[in-house]
Ligand binder design. Structure first.
Ligand code: MN
Ligand code: MN
Length: 314
């Protein structure tokens, strides 16, 4: 087990790795890697998510170890570290950036690590799915105000409004084992919603989520993804801007933070092989509330991954 002296120090001290986990030098000593993906070159509107990983790291100093409901301690159950940020050599060519992200996450998987990514705009999930789906299409749970299944924007099919259309086309996710939760906001065309529904994805719009609540939504998500390998992507804009104003495309009328925590907790036991929190944009987050929400959701995801990872190791 790696030394973990930083976690036992007062929370205002030392370099802010994610949740004050040790920095990963030797991958063979770890089970789960938290990885920053500081890229926002694919946004369609407000930028800033490239600063997400650094601010989430800082806010995540607030996170403690033992889960208040399950009493699970992911840091005892698994060897968890911070792998740093994906090192970019390109920034002005989205496809090249995506290749660099894919290469990094593929190497992580080859070394036997599960990954929890912190974005970054939502386009970064596409190359992560490319890296993780080598054994076939994955189940997919997306918590988001938007389906991100639009086709092209300003001449590019790689914007953060398009990753899950590409993921279906490339066979990275199984649309019939996909659920999109929290979808809302008026659109100028129905193209994205229609693509999702025509492909067989379950689109759980916010008005329905409000009626049925997070427990029923989680139950349905569990039925849809079944017991196959599944990836969870959490776009912070699923939360109401009252709870998460610091994001590129805020939509009023979203999940409360309590609803989101309940939803994630109810997903325990699904065969997750990776997860992410994306779209935290610190320049629009003057109080840091969005970064703290992102760090807290990341902790919930870490608990889900740790629970799965420890089953594998056993
Ligand atoms: Mn999104
Ligand atoms: Mn969104």
């Amino acid at each position: 087990m790696v030394s973990d002296t930083v976690r036992s120090a007062p929370r205002f001290m030392h370099l802010p790795t994610f949740m004050r986990a040790p920095f990963i030098d030797d991958r063979s000593e770890f089970d789960i890697a938290m990885v920053g993906v500081p890229y926002d070159g694919a946004v369609t509107n407000r930028p800033g998510a490239r600063h997400g990983p650094r601010e989430v790291r800082s806010a995540s100093s607030m996170i403690r170890a033992i889960h208040p409901v399950t009493r699970l301690n992911p840091f005892e159950l698994s060897r968890i570290g911070d792998a740093g940020d994906v090192p970019f050599e390109n920034l002005y060519d989205i496809a090249a950036v995506h290749e660099e992200i894919e290469t990094f996450f593929r190497a992580m998987g080859d070394d036997g690590l599960m990954s929890l990514a912190i974005g970054g705009d939502h386009s970064v999930t596409l190359p992560i799915l490319r890296a993780l789906s080598k054994d076939g299409p994955l189940g997919f749970i997306q918590v988001d105000a938007h389906t991100d299944t639009w086709d092209s924007f300003m001449g590019s099919g790689l914007s953060h409004g398009a990753p899950f259309r590409r993921a279906v086309e490339e066979g990275l996710i199984d649309p019939t084992r996909t659920v999109q939760i929290g979808i809302r906001g008026a659109q100028n065309s129905m193209e994205g919603w229609e693509f999702s529904e025509e492909m067989g994805m379950r689109v759980l719009f916010m008005d329905e989520f409000t009626r049925i609540g997070p427990e029923a939504a989680a139950k349905e998500a569990r039925n849809i993804v079944g017991d196959g390998p599944t990836y969870l992507s959490f776009d912070i804009d699923c939360l109401d801007p009252a709870f998460a104003p610091g994001t590129g495309t805020p939509e009023v009328g979203g999940l409360t933070s309590v609803e989101a925590l309940t939803l994630l907790r109810e997903l325990r036991g699904i065969r997750f092989l990776g997860a992410d929190v994306v779209e935290v944009s610190p320049p629009f987050d003057p109080t840091g509330i969005t970064a703290l929400a992102g760090a807290t959701m990341a902790y919930e995801l870490l608990c889900l991954l740790s629970d799965e990872s420890s089953k594998k190791g056993a």
